[in-house]
Write a protein that binds this ligand. Structure first.
Ligand SMILES: Cc1ncc(COP(=O)(O)O)c(C=O)c1O
Length: 392
């Protein structure tokens, strides 16, 4: 059997940091331990029934067994436009300002390929969602990181970017509610972002994956609600988290017309659009009843409160997330994020994600997913409280 070496492009892709952690957890489970997995970002609730029913019905239609139109069905783009109008009061043209995606990740990886030439600069948050790095590597672009610090509420400080970097940068990624920090954006921050982007001819990509998860009565802001945002940017929305459709692979890019057409051009070469039945069910999700989304938000908020109140009660000084389904917890003194994640796995059989896996400014934190039910979260707190370092 011949072995064919991968291309340089593949060799230069970033290493998957979390793969080794997942392997270790699997070993623990195989050894018979009851592991509470709070380390990953896979929604634990099912897709709402009315959406699944629509998929079943649509799967029966012969039309959906054919190739879909290359850029997707217009009714889905129209549904996405209605969703933006209803949820955020933002008007978008379904024909020019929306591109259908195979999930948010596809769009985020495609965008650097659409807009950057090798050697061009892109600004990326640190800590941040590791898949951003994949598109940067594929485009052979130069990544400049923007530190997200707790003292700045995990918003980047644009004053830290040199004139040279701002002159060279063509693209910027942002993500609020934020994975991994659970931080939320403010109107003022988004307005500053638009101003900066206009001054430096930057394209802003706002990843709004957790748009449906905001706590304490604060609905997360869409970047497109900011005056002038559409002129300089695009928002990536996904149905994965809002409607628990992570396995379905459906999302959309919305905003700047030139960016939408660049995405559609690349996708015309890479794929034909999504299965028609998935598109029908996605349109149903966006325009059908939304109580499921509100109910789910309340569920994550209850879980957040159980985890945060529980950890505070055992003397761990933790900050509550404002949105997303992650809590970003400062590790106790004397541990690196990896050491502390290992300790939790080995001694409490709890899996969390070490912050360093999200970038160097993630060091000193672990990310805990609110993706287990209330009893399991209480059990996690109990197990943590019995660790030597938390014994008073
Ligand atoms: C910040 C962020 N962006 C994008 C995604 C991608 O979601 P999907 O590709 O399922 O739409 C995720 C998924 O975990 C995420 O956490």
């Amino acid at each position: 059997m011949n072995t064919f070496p991968p291309s340089n492009l593949l060799e230069n892709l970033p290493k998957q940091f979390f793969a080794s952690l997942v392997k270790k957890v699997v070993q623990y489970i195989k050894a018979g331990h009851d592991v509470i997995n709070l380390g990953q970002g896979n929604p634990d609730q099912p897709t709402p029934k009315h959406i699944v029913e629509k998929l079943k019905e649509a799967a029966e239609k012969p039309l959906n067994h054919k190739y879909s139109p290359f850029q997707g069905y217009r009714y889905l783009k129209k549904a996405a436009a209605e969703f933006y109008q209803r949820e955020y009061g933002v008007s978008v043209d379904p024909d020019k300002e929306i591109a259908i995606l195979f999930g948010g990740k596809a769009g985020l990886v495609e965008l650097p390929l659409c807009l950057l030439n090798p050697g061009d600069t892109i600004l990326v948050p640190d800590p941040g969602y590791p898949d951003y790095w994949s598109g940067v590597a594929l485009a052979q672009a130069v990544m400049v990181t923007m530190p997200l610090r707790e003292k700045n509420h995990f918003l980047p400080d644009y004053d830290e970017l040199s004139q040279e970097i701002l002159t060279n940068a063509k693209l910027m990624f942002l993500n609020y509610p934020n994975n991994p920090t659970g931080a939320a954006a403010t109107e003022e921050f988004f307005a500053d972002t638009v101003k900066l982007a206009k001054e430096h001819n930057l394209c802003v990509v706002h990843d709004f994956a957790y748009g449906a998860v905001g706590f304490d009565g604060q609905k997360p802001l869409s970047f497109l609600q900011t005056n002038g945002a559409k002129e300089i940017g695009i928002e990536i929305y996904t149905l994965s988290k809002t409607y628990n459709m992570a396995g379905w692979r459906v999302g959309f890019a919305v905003g700047n017309e030139s960016v939408v057409s660049a995405i559609e051009l690349l996708q015309d070469h890479l794929y034909v659009s999504l299965f028609g039945a998935v598109q029908e069910a996605a349109a149903e999700a966006l325009t059908g009843p939304q109580d499921c989304v509100r109910e789910q938000n309340r569920l994550y908020e209850r879980r957040r409160n159980i985890l945060i109140d529980g950890l505070r009660s055992i003397g761990w000084d933790v900050t509550a997330p404002k949105g997303s389904f992650f809590a970003w917890l400062k590790v106790p003194n004397g541990f690196t994020s990896e050491e502390f994640a290992n300790l939790l796995l080995e001694q409490a059989h709890i899996m969390v994600a070490p912050g360093i896996g999200f970038g160097s400014f993630g060091e000193g934190y672990v990310r805990v997913g609110l993706l287990a039910d209330e009893e399991r979260l209480k059990e996690a707190v109990r197990r943590i409280s019995s660790l030597e370092i938390f014994k008073k």
